[in-house]
Design a protein around this ligand. Structure first.
Ligand code: SAM
Ligand code: SF4
Ligand code: SF4
Length: 371
């Protein structure tokens, strides 16, 4: 008799198979969770692999040669991802963000983009499809991604100083290649382009002003992200966080900045504008200023587990439904019921000193569910 081999990775994160409600209610596009928050944004991790080893995300000591990434067959395939995107679209999702790991490592990613570009939301409109990347393969892929229907990209870039950048990605990757990727994306029309910088005090905080100077006046929106306590492997400490308020003061020593209205409800970044017309920056204060109140995001892991919060310790195994022969109506009703039960607000609880400590060691990793 053949032995059943359960891949280690499948056991890594707790996930329950969602119950199918007895009454299969059709999606209305107006779902609300227990805190009255709608579902608008689905982040889809297309691979748990990455060619970088950023110490705050996939530290080399943990993600070494022996680390077992997910086997190919446990990943959702493009048809499965597209089917779920369609069901989420009917529930009111209008933005998809492809992420990872490094999403451009997923073979044929542009084909997935083309399939997702065919999906229509509850309002009959195409979904907004974006992607977050470390930029290393962007120069090669930008054109094909745009042609496939990608709207925009966000490139993560933590420093302009080549030495600091190589140390932070920990695989000696040169910053010039990421900058070339950014240029290629701009040339391909993947705009407005955003650049995300995770700021760590004592590591790259002194690069913030240099980064602002570099991207001012380019049409690129630079966003500063507070270093977060996601996952369980990065050894996060509060004293490594540079609060956005302090960062803003540093920028204001160089330029006059004024606040802007948010583009949309639930937007993560606080927007600021250079008074002299040099463009816009964003501050993502995930640690010092929780934005759970408007959080309209769900996250789908590479192997089809749905997480309702970046800090969740438990997922919902949608792949089991997809591969268990469940109908669209059944899966859709299950999704509706899951969102209706959602009451996650980890950052808000942490700010008020009430974040649950137990389970921290089981929190999902960022490279697994994406940013
Ligand atoms: N590999 C791609 C990239 O780096 O853009 C996509 C996946 S990455 C997990 C998504 C985003 O999460 C990146 O902008 C990254 O900088 C951010 N990130 C990862 N770990 C983080 C942490 N501990 N705190 C804040 N942001 C983090
Ligand atoms: Fe890779 Fe992105 Fe994580 Fe860096 S932040 S290790 S590039 S997944
Ligand atoms: Fe959303 Fe969870 Fe982040 Fe709060 S902590 S903003 S609920 S992902």
């Amino acid at each position: 008799m053949g032995e059943t081999i359960i891949p280690l990775a499948d056991l890594r994160y707790h996930a329950a198979v969602p119950a199918i409600p007895a009454r299969l209610e059709a999606p209305t596009g107006t779902l609300r969770d227990r805190l009255r928050r709608p579902l608008r944004d689905l982040r889809i991790s297309v691979t748990d692999r990455c060619n970088f080893r950023c110490s705050y995300c996939m530290p080399k000591a943990v993600f070494d040669r022996d680390y077992q990434f997910l086997p190919q067959k446990s990943l959702l395939d493009f048809e499965e991802i597209t089917r779920l995107a369609r069901l989420f679209g009917a529930h009111g999702v209008h933005k998809l963000r492809l992420t990872g790991g490094e999403p451009l490592l997923r073979k044929g990613i542009e084909h997935l983009v083309a399939m997702l570009a065919e999906v229509r939301g509850a309002d009959g409109q195409p979904l907004d499809i974006t992607l977050t990347t470390n930029g290393s393969l962007l120069a090669r892929k930008a054109h094909a991604l745009k042609a496939a229907g990608l709207s925009r990209v966000t490139v993560s870039l933590d420093a302009l100083d080549d030495g600091i950048f190589r140390t932070m990605n920990d695989v000696d990757f040169p910053v010039a290649d990421v900058l070339a990727g950014i240029e290629a994306a701009q040339a391909a029309g993947l705009a407005p382009l955003k650049v995300n910088m995770v700021v760590q005090r004592g590591v790259n905080d002194h690069e913030a002003v240099t980064m602002a100077r570099r991207f001012r006046g380019t049409g690129i929106v630079l966003r500063f992200i507070e270093y977060m306590d996601v996952g369980a492997t990065n050894g996060w400490r509060m004293d490594q966080v540079l609060p956005s308020a302090e960062l803003l003061r540093r920028l204001q020593a160089h330029w006059a900045l004024e606040p802007l209205q948010p583009n949309a409800n639930g937007e993560t970044a606080e927007r600021w504008r250079y008074r002299d017309g040099g463009g816009e920056i964003g501050l993502i204060s995930s640690v010092t200023q929780a934005f759970c109140r408007d959080c309209n995001r769900a996250r789908l892991s590479t192997e089809g587990k749905l997480f309702m919060c970046l800090f969740a310790t438990q997922g919902h195994d949608l792949r089991a439904l997809l591969r268990g022969g469940r109908s669209d109506d059944e899966i859709s009703a299950a999704l509706g019921a899951l969102w209706a039960q959602r009451d996650d607000r980890y950052s808000e609880l942490r700010s008020s000193g009430r974040a649950p400590h137990d389970g921290a060691e089981r929190r999902v990793e960022m490279h697994y569910i994406g940013g």
